[in-house]
Every structure is written in structure tokens, then in C-alpha cells.
Design a protein around this ligand. Structure first.
Ligand SMILES: [Cu+2]
Length: 330
């Protein structure tokens, strides 16, 4: 064969990547230039004077003994990180769904209306009820109604239970239900954090909106891990709190895959209540909130300053499971 023909064949072979050629660039090195002055600066930290588009404040303790709650399952576009949009499946058009609150012994009269074009359902972890009756799939334009009386206090997850459940959760169908004990807990600055993950497929359309990548989900390798649905939102908008004053954090981990090693940098939890009866854990640095679980963290911050809260599984903090409590003097 003539040398020129060989050169043409070789050039063609090199120019057309075959499946055996890995054309992805090698992983980038970890960025090792920290932002000045900030401990655990996994994300840019803004000023506590700017409000986030969704506050983490817990709703007040419920009044009345019967609560009629109605939610609509509906698709909505959700901004996970500035400029990064996701085609979410939601309760009431927001991710997470609304924070609910009731007291042990109250009656919750719940209705789910399906405004989407596929079956959805609702599973309250605070309820003790037959799933095949209450948590059944609701077809488009149909609804389901059931009542329950929560018996156990805690920070509970609710979510869509339609198969594949991992997809319905990863797409945004979850939220928190706080159940208070009959005797009110002591006054505190109260916030709710729901941790969850996003598995982004390639962006589609002119706005490059992402949808679920099922293989990433099965591999438990999320692109974003968030508190209250947006990566690092409470770092960009730190939560102003008072130093040396009780703080109570209701933390629910919606997953669908990653444990939350919940930790506040610069603090030790005075008390942690898992959804159970009995005494709290006392004097704890970090506590695992399992997927599908919740815990109530009580603490005080020793002095004014910026206190990051993270999942101490730091790949997840780097992916957005990070915020800041900005402690002011009392
Ligand atoms: Cu669903």
C-alpha cells in the first residue's frame, strides 16, 4: 500500500472517535484556592441582609385540632442553582412542597388533587394507615382524600409513593411535616431544612432545562445536593440568627439516596430529638439523618459570626448541601 494512502487511513481513524476511545477529559483537580476569611467556604457566602426567595423559617405551631390540607401534584420548572433549571414534578408547584405543621392528636384531613399528566400519590411518614387505601395512585384529574391522627412527635418526611418512587422523589415530590408534642417545646428560633438530590440529564431546549438521569440516580451520584431544593441558597443568603439564644432546626432528609451527616461548624448540638419517644441525645457534634428520616437539632451559637451548616459528607456539601447561620449579637 502506498504511504500516502496509509496516511489518509490513519488520519481518518484518529479523527473519528470510536466507542473504545474515552474522549472525556480527565477529572479536574480539586480547587485549592479558598475564599479568604471564610471557614468551610464551599460556596460563595453573601450578606445576611439579602433575603432568599424561600425562607427556611418554620411555620408557627398549629392552632386548632383539625387541619384541612389540600395539595395539587403538578409539573413545574425549578431553578436548582442560578441559571440551572429542572423539569420538576411537585406538590403545589414548589420543591420541596409546603412545610406542614400539626400537633400530636390533631386530625389531618388531606386531599391530593392530581393536576399532572401521570399518576401520583402521597405518603405521610407521620401517619399510621393502610398504604393501599390512603397512598394509592391518583390518576390525572382525579383525587384522593384520607384523614389521620399523628401519634408521634418529630420532623417527618412526606413524598409521592408512585413507582418508581426514586424518580418521583428525585423529581421533587417531597416535603416536611412537623408534628409537635402536646406540651409545646420551649421558645426558639426555628428553621426547617429538607435535604435532597438532583440527577441532571443533558439540558434540552433553548433554555437548556434538565430532566432526570435515571442511571445517575441508580448510581447515587447526584449533580446537586441541596437544602430546601436550591444549592447553597443559605450560603448566598445566610440566615440571620441571634447568638447565645436557642435555635431549633427541623431536618428532614428526602434523599432519595444520600445520608445527611448533619453538622453545624463551630457548634455542638445541645439536644437531638429523633422521631421517637424518650430522652434526647445530648452533646453531639454530627448526627446522621437517614434517607426518609428526620431529626430535631437544638443548639446555641457561642458568639456572633458565620456558622456554616453542612452535610459533613463533604462531596455533598461541595454539591450544595451547605448554608450559613449568621449569628448577630443579642
Ligand atoms: Cu409522583
Amino acid at each position: 500500500m502506498r504511504p500516502l494512502l496509509w496516511a489518509v487511513i490513519l488520519a481518518a481513524a484518529c479523527g473519528s472517535p470510536s466507542p473504545s476511545h474515552d474522549t472525556t477529559p480527565p477529572a479536574k483537580a480539586a480547587p485549592l484556592t479558598p475564599p479568604a476569611e471564610m471557614s468551610h467556604g464551599e460556596a460563595p457566602v453573601g450578606a445576611a441582609t439579602t433575603k432568599p426567595d424561600r425562607a427556611a423559617d418554620a411555620p408557627p405551631r398549629a392552632r386548632g385540632r383539625r387541619h384541612r390540607i389540600r395539595m395539587t401534584a403538578v409539573a413545574a420548572r425549578h431553578e436548582v442553582s442560578p441559571g440551572v433549571w429542572y423539569d420538576a414534578w411537585t406538590f403545589d408547584s414548589i420543591v420541596p412542597g409546603p412545610v406542614l405543621r400539626a400537633t400530636v392528636g390533631d386530625t389531618i384531613d388531606f386531599t391530593l388533587v392530581n393536576g399532572a399528566d401521570m399518576p401520583h400519590s402521597m405518603d405521610f411518614h407521620a401517619a399510621e394507615i393502610a398504604p393501599n387505601r390512603a397512598y394509592r395512585n391518583v390518576m390525572p384529574r382525579d383525587s384522593v382524600q384520607f384523614t389521620f391522627v399523628p401519634r408521634v412527635p418529630g420532623a417527618f418526611m412526606y413524598h409521592c409513593g408512585t413507582a418508581p418512587v426514586a424518580a418521583h422523589i428525585a423529581n421533587g415530590m417531597y416535603g416536611a411535616l412537623i408534628i409537635d408534642p402536646a406540651a409545646p417545646r420551649p421558645a426558639a428560633q426555628e428553621y426547617v431544612f429538607v435535604q435532597s438530590e438532583y440527577y441532571m440529564g443533558a439540558g434540552q431546549g433553548k433554555d437548556s432545562v434538565h430532566a432526570l438521569d435515571w442511571q445517575k440516580l441508580l448510581g447515587a451520584s447526584p449533580d446537586f445536593v441541596t437544602f430546601n431544593g436550591v444549592a447553597s441558597r443559605y450560603a448566598t443568603h445566610p440566615i440571620p440568627v441571634k447568638a447565645r439564644t436557642p435555635i431549633r432546626l427541623y431536618v428532614v432528609n428526602a434523599g432519595p439516596n444520600r445520608f445527611s451527616a448533619f453538622h453545624v461548624v463551630g457548634a455542638i448540638f445541645d439536644r437531638i430529638y429523633v422521631d421517637a419517644f424518650g430522652s434526647p441525645l445530648r452533646g453531639v457534634q454530627t448526627y446522621n439523618v437517614p434517607v426518609g428520616g428526620g431529626a430535631i437539632f437544638e443548639l446555641e451559637l457561642a458568639e456572633p459570626g458565620q456558622y456554616p451548616f453542612v452535610s459533613h459528607a463533604f462531596a455533598d456539601a461541595t454539591k450544595g448541601a451547605m448554608g450559613v447561620l449568621q449569628a448577630m449579637s443579642r
